[in-house]
Design a protein around this ligand. Structure first.
Ligand code: ATP
Length: 370
């Protein structure tokens, strides 16, 4: 049995320099056929340049681009089995929605287009709008027309460059789910560029976090959130507390660390820092993974939890949770989000507290990396 890999995207040692400036450092990346892949990063990190090299809109300085088994590095965009959706939908204003979607087929000389266009409009749930002009549709609907128009020629890969960037937040959230549904339905590879971490996390099976022209970490949204390997990734996807710690000892799968006067436990699998005894590392923990107990009740905290002590500096009720800022010797501005319904009236500024969390929610980062 042969498996269809014609929608795999494989970048090997691909890079892009402009004069003496390197926009993308040599990059190896494989996007499997049928997956939803996001290139995520701040403005200027090289994500659009990477996408444009896949599309053929930018010539790589070095390296190769394969789509399936085909080396497309030197093929012009129109000869590649890809299509791109941009932030500006660039619909033809004088053509109705049906004709906008039919455009690619007509240009290829396809005679009977109705069945295919109707199917595509149904896919993006715009069957009722076929005879309207683009200006009569909302931004989200126009973006769906752009997606239908890009999919009508059955590309192996759809590239999306900040396609939701022009939409307001509510519409953007709806469209994220909508794009995910469309991708699942058509089953082709989507490569999506965004600077919005929530967008990447909502839609993508795999996310590549880019920073300074390099992929800093690649993984599933859960993996990136639960197990960031650099402070950049930890901060880019959510917020995190960092404790300066020193390696004390190792035993099996557990690393023991000294932080302030106390000890912390870290699973080896969640550590991306060297673990030589005496070495420094940064220990990360997400604010919502931490429990807060008044110092008077410290004896009730179960064994085996990581714990540090501190004093509440600030407490703000933010609806779903209360956000505490804690002064602690190991981290001067420790943030804790507590979602407990039964609030403890003693947890007010000035109170002495113990912060505790599971070692399984602890990650270790190389203190020297940034
Ligand atoms: P944004 O979200 O702002 O589009 P990006 O992550 O997509 O950012 P790129 O557009 O890939 O970033 O650009 C990466 C870097 O390369 C930027 O510093 C940009 O200024 C630079 N760059 C892009 N195109 C050119 C060009 N034609 N000439 C010179 N520098 C360029």
């Amino acid at each position: 049995m042969t498996t269809d890999n014609s929608g795999d995207v494989r970048l090997s040692g691909i890079s892009k320099t402009y004069g003496s400036f390197t926009a993308v450092h040599p990059l190896d990346l494989t996007v499997p056929q049928g997956s939803f892949f996001a290139l995520l990063g701040a403005s200027g990190c090289g994500k659009t340049t990477t996408l444009r090299m896949i599309a053929g809109l930018e010539e790589p300085t070095a390296g190769t681009v394969h789509l399936g088994d085909q080396d497309v590095t030197h093929l012009p965009p129109y000869k590649r089995p890809v299509n791109t959706v941009f932030q500006s939908y660039a619909l033809f204003p004088h053509l109705d929605i049906f004709e906008n979607v039919a455009f690619g087929l007509r240009r290829r000389g396809v005679k009977s287009v109705k069945k295919q266009v109707d199917e595509m409009l149904d896919l993006v749930q715009l069957g009722e709008q076929a005879r309207k002009k683009p200006h009569q549709l909302s931004g989200g609907q126009q973006q769906r027309v752009a997606v239908a128009r890009a999919l009508i020629n059955h590309p192996k890969v759809l590239l999306l460059d900040e396609p939701l960037g022009a939409l307001d937040l509510k519409l953007r959230r709806q469209m994220q789910l909508e794009l995910k549904r469309i991708q699942t339905e058509v089953g082709i590879t989507f490569v999506h560029v965004t600077h919005d971490q929530e967008e990447a996390m909502t839609m993508a099976d795999t996310v590549a976090v880019m920073n300074g022209g390099r992929v800093e970490q690649l993984g599933s949204p859960t993996d990136l959130y639960e197990n960031p390997r650099t402070t950049f990734v930890a901060n880019f996807l959510g917020s995190s507390n960092f404790i300066e710690a020193e390696v004390d000892s190792r035993s099996g799968e557990e690393i023991m660390l000294k932080a302030g006067g106390g000890k912390l436990s870290l699973p080896k699998a969640r550590c991306s820092a060297p673990t030589t005894a005496g070495g420094k590392m940064l220990v990360g923990v997400r604010p919502e993974k931490i429990s807060l107990t008044h110092a008077d009740d410290a004896g009730e905290i179960p064994e085996g939890r990581n714990r540090i002590t501190g004093k509440i500096a600030n407490a703000s009720f933010i609806g779903v949770s209360t956000q505490y800022v804690i002064d602690s010797a190991v981290c001067p501005e420790f943030a804790v989000y507590v979602q407990n319904v039964e609030r403890d009236s003693r947890l007010v500024p000035g109170a002495d507290v113990v912060l505790h969390w599971s070692p399984a929610h602890t990650f270790g980062l190389d203190a020297a990396q940034d």
